[in-house]
Write a new protein. Sequence first.
Length: 275
Amino acid sequence: MVSNRKLELTTFHHMKPDFSEFSYGYAVTEELVSAHKAKVIAAPLFPSLYDEGKAGGGYDVKIPLAGKPVFLQFKLSDQLERSNSKEYKSGLLGLPYYRMHIRPTKHSDQHNLLLNLEESGETVFYIAPEFHLPAELNFFYLSGSVIANSAAFSPLAIGAMPDDDEHYLVFERGTSLGYRCSEESKEVQKLSLANGLQPILAGQGRKTRDLGERGLRDISNRMLKVLESGEERLRSRTKSFDIPGLRRIVDNRNPVESIGYMARTFFDAELLVLE
């Protein structure tokens, strides 16, 4: 009986990632900042760190007056390598391949918010590793190649979820297509990050934008409008973003702080500016 149980577990086994979304997101963000000269728009800007930045210390809080803003939502990937894996058996993908889960809309409005944010004119990507082991993360981190070994997906390319149930993307390394798996699979363009984000942004016609006070307030107000539209969906589940409270934050706080707060708290995303 024990041996049969072991066989069953082995047969249906797939490799869960052995590091956290936070660890992966940290590695990607640091690489973008150090190697690609990106700036992170984050909240809060603690006074002691702000003073250190002004004094020429190690913490740079200056946001460029022009750049290309990019919202990133970090995901993890399961690796599937068994011959009975669903998408391999159906002939959709070869082995090994990766699976990235999207939060079901019955539990979270995250995908809808990211979709609406991209529809509003912002640049938004899910970004996921094409690896799953801590040794791989460590190696790519040390060699500055975490991003080159990751894949990006546009929420608009993924599209709206057909229902509130579980859905996921599957993809192989080195290909330009992934698939959204619902009742029927849907092709989704997979964006290679082998050369970083800049070529992707250029290919999408994303131009450098003014990011002074006015430009940042435009982003802040756009995010607020997306949350206002999402509030209608939440009411059916008796939940709320507290739009009046968010309006006060947008009106009364520095736009860097309000953007950073909304990005992390409601979109679960990091906003970086590529110069």
